[in-house]
Design a protein around this ligand. Structure first.
Ligand code: LER
Ligand code: MN
Length: 272
């Protein structure tokens, strides 16, 4: 298992679900604590220069696991189900920038809350708006060797695509090889029938995964059914990144450290 941790720039919103903030120090810290990679939660593609990022990764022997886009929704209010042509164009160019960056770093771009809400609007219209954007971006990404990964998110954060089953139904409509899924066990604990069964049932599309405990704290601080999750990942032969998206509680360093210790102690055979 290759382990990664979600990080963001210093100017990320207070509610960004990241462990460390400030890209240079976060990359160094993650390496020191035993992580192999970082997931970059970006608001804009030019938040860090390619050359600075490359230098930081090389100096710390780290990789980028993926680029995540929740801040594009939370801080800039841009989303796939939006009807406004100008905002759609801005979203499209932001994602093309992420795809360009991912073509050199990680080859994966996440779509989480940025798929946008339905919020009382016509469901069929929202789905069409989503499919239109997802299709165009997948075609752009394909030329760059990049995949887009759609994340089912719980109902308290967004009202569109909450379970893995719903996500897979939509992925089949997008119908592109480079448009797949990234489950997050925190959301699955709220939305899916059984976490293990749902991962196995939808295995064909599982490309990346987010880990947190049930309270979004460090691994081991809640009641997540970790044995069930690890068994399911073993059954489906999952070999992708495992990325920690946890709250910095009691503080970032303790949370990141305790998660690695938990994985090594409980799942040492699986981890490394
Ligand atoms: C938000 O809860 C989340 O899990 C992110 O990865 C998606 O925006
Ligand atoms: Mn997540």
């Amino acid at each position: 298992m290759r382990l990664s941790v979600a990080i963001a720039g210093l100017e990320a919103m207070p509610n960004a679900f990241v462990v460390f903030r400030g890209l240079p120090r976060s990359i160094k810290k993650a390496h020191e604590l035993g992580y192999d990679g970082v997931e970059l939660a970006l608001k804009r593609p030019d938040e860090i220069s390619r050359s600075d990022l490359k230098a930081l990764l090389v100096a710390n022997q780290m990789e980028v696991s993926a680029i995540s886009s929740g801040q594009v929704f939370a801080a800039r209010n841009l989303f796939f189900t939006d009807e406004d042509p100008e905002r759609r164009a801005e979203l499209y160019s932001t994602f093309c920038g992420f795809i360009d960056l991912a073509s050199d770093f990680g080859q994966l771009v996440n779509i989480g809350r940025t798929r946008g809400p339905i919020a009382g609007r016509d469901v069929a219209l929202c789905e069409r708006l989503f499919l239109d954007m997802a299709g165009s971006l997948s075609d752009y990404a394909e030329k760059k060797g990049v995949e887009l990964i759609l994340e089912p998110v719980n109902r308290y954060e967004i009202d569109f695509i909450n379970t893995l089953d719903e996500c897979v139904a939509l992925i089949k409509k997008v119908n592109r090889k480079n448009f797949t899924m990234m489950p997050d066990v925190f959301h699955m604990n709220i939305e899916d029938d059984h976490i293990g069964d749902s991962l196995v049932r939808n295995q064909e599309f599982v490309r990346y995964i987010h880990f947190a405990d049930t309270n979004r704290h460090f691994l081991g601080d809640g009641h997540m059914p970790w044995d069930e999750i690890f068994n399911a990942l073993k059954v489906i032969g999952y070999e992708g990144w495992t990325t920690l998206e946890i709250l910095p509680i009691p503080d970032a360093e303790t949370a990141a450290k305790r998660s690695v210790a938990f994985l090594k102690e409980r799942y040492g055979n699986y981890y490394r």
